[in-house]
Design a binder for this molecule. Structure first.
Ligand code: F3S
Ligand code: F3S
Length: 107
């Protein structure tokens, strides 16, 4: 099956992806180190997400996360592959009204 390849909507661009360990943690350290500000979330979201359109694949966010939630798209564990679509889908959902960058979980 080519499902893994097709999951990304046929786009060739790669990106980093935030997976399950971020859920209900939302540490936010990744936001502080991302040079292009492509990590977003809203107060009510269970995790944060990386915008695959803006991610420049620098890898800076990976060591910043205390729960090791961030992976390169081609290195994400099989059990968390669905998070590739979850991250990308989040931004499609909010295309008309993008979420604000920042630390929505911390006030
Ligand atoms: Fe940002 Fe680089 Fe990660 S662009 S999302 S810090 S890979
Ligand atoms: Fe989540 Fe880790 Fe960032 S817990 S908000 S991916 S630093």
């Amino acid at each position: 099956m080519l499902a893994g390849r097709l999951e990304h909507g046929g786009e060739s661009k790669m990106a980093y992806v935030i997976a399950a360990p971020c859920i209900n943690v939302r540490d936010g350290a990744c936001i502080d180190v991302c040079p292009v500000g492509c990590i977003h979330g809203r107060q009510e979201d269970e995790q944060f997400y990386i915008d695959p359109e803006d991610c420049i694949e620098c890898g800076a966010c990976v060591p910043a996360c205390p729960v090791k939630a961030i992976f390169a798209e081609d290195a994400i564990p099989e059990k968390w592959k669905s998070f590739i679509g979850r991250n990308a889908g989040y931004f499609k959902k909010w295309a008309a009204e993008p979420p604000v960058a920042g630390r929505p979980g911390k006030t």
